[in-house]
Design a protein around this ligand. Structure first.
Ligand code: ATP
Ligand code: MG
Length: 760
């Protein structure tokens, strides 16, 4: 016991050992929230207050869940396999798999990722002849997901206008389509589980009694449905909910996260214990100062401080690059220096606001021969060739998944044309069945070609009946014709390699999930699945509860497919290798590294231009910046670039406003603190400095107006900055300068002898 607790400060100790009541731990980045949560689980188990199966812990990513499990097994001599630690999605998947009948789902239901969901919606719009200018598929998707995240079905919604009425109708049709095909999207996983537990009292009570302690990390990013889910699962707070979070790190509002849940939680769960942790154990002083001062620019904060004993450490280094290519080059040079000093590559992270930024950095790393890993981005399981292979596997598991069917029915090409598919879709709609089930209704040439596709799937299924998952994957890669197809493609070698990786992924998966290496992939739940307790469901039937591991409720194939949708392969490519870490700021949440680069700190990129449209937009960007800064332990670098290629266009940038919000004494400018003037041939520090006027300001201005031919208040246009208004003039002759307000490009001081200005 001593061992568990002796590394905690007083507030942390108090939090870990709180009595069994709901509690809120509100604390800044790096103050040990995650550590406290993990230690509390260990402490509850060690002191006999709960058994490992009585814990329900929610993390934000699968990676975080794995780390938590690993830490717990290091702290306690227990088998953590049966513990319920995972993301909301992962936990709901497990519940729905077990109670699939009660949830009105097929046992082999499949999970749509965002990409699949979008294509399912496009298909729906087409089937109902909806004008996609008026109802773009993406908008329909946002509408549906927002509704689901708020916990409402189409039937419960009221329309205020014709447009909304249509949206609601599409939501309903979409749900019907999913139900017919046996697929669920991410939001549906949660909503289904919520509905299942709401209406099924015995089930609900069973789980409520089982999980006397529910612990939630990153609580500030829960959405409304997740909050309702927690309320339900805890029996309105009868079980103790231990929530840890930081309002300053709420960065998922765009996905429905509601930071207001923190305040609601205090009230709804009758929180008597609100603990703040103020000691930061992660970052050196300059880094922490930068974070604290930056975030103090936000309004509506719950209020807390952070201090460190670690000393000031090194200042935050700031570098201005001329182009995105040079930015990447500089990051790589600095990283090489660090690596030469003995820094491990995995302790160097490059963070960026938008996924599109990674390409240039990846390219530079690749050329320099430095191993790296990209999180997020196009994940392994989302690459086209891998999705094709997955679609074949999905059809073997659930042939009624129309998305999977359409993806591969003619891939590789087997002479099944658009016309044939149309006929098939008509038949399917007419009989209200899946495409696969409609094949026997097809006659003639269409019937023959479709029939042989069905034979291919069924043949593969028959052939692999006794095969373990990795062998089954190998057979499918071959039988589908995918390997042969890519072998004839010029750039196919990489794709073949990715496909072959899947056999390894399957091997790793069966061993991690506790299936026997030889367990037949199609086999139902494991024979020794009796671990769960018997409970009585609504129909009076006895069923097992959803006791982990997954192998007790799903065949290896089904489990592997949901893994592909949900876990999307964190770090698939170079597992185990010492590699630099590339990721968006969003996916860096909760992580820490000795050395961190934040790239692309420019107006329009970070803060992102989309933030200007939303009320709380810039504040959310600032929280994102706070998250980025606080990932660093020892060294932090901030980089921006004068020009950048984005979406096929060169952009000319102004450095991020966040620089003006950081404490000067914590920064070290590595490049002269100026922005080069692309509009002139000189570098100058005037750019951001206000004009200085002599004693007689009016006289100075008059002189300048006269000799320059420009006047204050005049509207002008500049090739880079667009339209603006002259607000001040200074100097005379060749030395005339104008201060111009360019609206979204900000205030500029331009040298009138070089700047190309036009009168408007
Ligand atoms: P974030 O808000 O970024 O998720 P957090 O509050 O969850 O941060 P942790 O990740 O739990 O913080 O802790 C940050 C670092 O500080 C970790 O490396 C952790 O091991 C360390 N740490 C936490 N508490 C202590 C302590 N009492 N003594 C020494 N190190 C600690
Ligand atoms: Mg944390």
């Amino acid at each position: 016991m001593q061992n568990l607790l002796h590394n905690l400060n007083n507030e942390q100790l108090a939090a870990v050992t709180l009595p069994a009541q709901s509690a809120l731990i509100l604390a800044g980045a790096g103050s040990g929230k995650t550590r406290v949560l993990t230690t509390r689980i260990a402490w509850l188990i060690q002191t006999g207050q709960i058994s490992p199966s009585g814990v329900l812990a929610v993390t934000f990513t699968n990676k975080a869940a794995k780390e938590m499990l690993a830490r717990l097994s290091a702290m306690l001599p227990i088998n953590t396999r049966g513990m319920w630690i995972g993301t909301f999605h992962g936990l709901c998947n497990r519940l729905l798999r077990t109670h699939y009948k009660d949830a009105a789902l097929p046992q082999t239901f499949q999970i749509l990722d965002t990409q699949d969901q979008l294509s399912a919606i496009k298909r729906l719009l087409k089937a109902f002849n909806i004008d996609d200018d008026k109802f773009p598929a993406k908008n329909v998707m946002y509408f549906i997901n927002n509704a689901k995240d708020a916990g409402v079905r189409a039937a419960q919604m009221e329309a205020f206008d014709a447009n909304e009425r249509k949206m609601i109708e599409l939501y309903e049709l979409y749900d019907e389509q999913c139900q017919r095909e046996g697929v669920v999207d991410f939001a549906e996983l949660l909503l289904r589980t919520y509905e299942l537990l709401s209406r099924n009292q015995p089930l609900r009570e069973h789980y409520q009694q089982r999980f006397r302690h529910i612990l939630v990390d990153e609580f500030q990013d829960t959405n409304d449905l997740q909050y309702k889910w927690l309320k339900l699962m805890s029996g309105e707070g009868a079980s103790a909910v231990f929530a840890v979070g930081d309002d300053d790190q709420s960065i998922y509002a765009f996905r429905g996260a509601n930071v207001g849940n923190m305040r609601a939680f205090e009230k709804d769960f009758r929180v008597q214990n609100l603990i703040k942790l103020e000691q930061n154990y992660r970052s050196h002083g300059h880094i922490l100062d930068a974070a604290n001062i930056l975030i103090s620019n936000n309004s509506r904060r719950l209020g807390k401080n952070l201090r460190t004993d670690a000393g000031q450490g090194e200042p935050v280094r700031v570098y201005e690059a001329t182009s995105d290519l040079q930015e990447a080059q500089w990051i790589i040079e600095e990283s090489k220096n660090l690596i030469n000093e003995g820094v491990r590559r995995s302790e160097i992270a490059v963070l960026y606001r938008s996924n599109a930024q990674s390409r240039v950095i990846e390219h530079a790393l690749f050329s320099a021969g430095i191993p790296y890993t990209v999180y997020g981005g196009l994940r392994y399981f989302q690459r086209a060739e891998v999705k094709h292979a997955i679609a074949y596997l999905q059809l073997m598991d659930n042939p009624h998944n129309d998305s999977a069917f359409l993806r591969v029915v003619n891939f590789p090409a087997r002479g099944i044309g658009v016309r044939t598919i149309e006929l098939l879709q008509n038949a399917a709609t007419q009989y209200g069945i899946s495409l696969y089930a409609a094949v026997p209704y097809m006659t003639g040439k269409a019937g023959t070609s479709l029939g042989s596709f069905v034979k291919l799937i069924e043949g593969a299924r028959f052939e692999t009946q006794q095969f373990a998952l990795p062998e089954l994957v190998r057979v499918v890669l071959d039988a589908s014709g995918l390997l042969a197809h890519y072998a004839t493609e010029k750039e196919g070698a990489d794709r073949i390699e990715n496909l072959e990786q899947m056999v390894n992924a399957a091997k790793q998966f069966v061993s991690e999930e506790g299936y026997g290496q030889d367990a037949p992939a199609h086999m139902g739940p494991r024979a020794d699945a009796q671990a769960g307790q018997a409970i009585v469901n609504a129909d009076g039937l006895e069923i097992l509860d959803a006791d982990a591991p997954l192998s007790t409720v799903m065949s290896p194939l089904s489990a592997f497919l949901s893994h592909a949708s949900l876990e999307a392969g964190d770090n698939q490519a170079q597992a185990g290798q010492d590699a630099m870490q590339l990721m968006t700021v969003h996916s860096a949440k909760g992580l820490e590294f000795d050395n961190v680069f934040i790239a692309g700190l420019e107006e329009g990129l970070f803060p992102h231009e989309s933030s200007a449209k939303e009320d709380d937009g810039v504040e959310e960007e600032r929280r994102l910046m706070y998250v980025a800064i606080t990932r660093a332990r020892k060294r932090l670098y901030m980089v921006f670039s004068q020009t950048r290629m984005l979406h096929g266009q060169t952009r000319y940038n102004v450095r991020s406003r966040f620089f003006d919000e950081l404490p000067e004494e914590s920064l070290k400018w590595l490049s002269p603190r100026v922005q080069a003037q692309w509009f002139g041939n000189r570098k100058s520090a005037w750019d951001d400095a206000p004009l200085t006027f002599g004693a007689d300001k009016a006289l100075t201005q008059r002189v300048a107006q006269k000799s320059s031919g420009w006047r204050i208040g005049e509207a002008v246009s500049h090739s880079r900055f667009g339209e603006g208004v002259i607000v001040n003039l200074e100097g005379s002759g060749d030395n005339c300068r104008a201060q111009i307000n360019f609206g979204s490009h900000g205030m500029k001081v331009l040298d009138l002898s070089v700047a190309k200005l036009e009168k408007l």
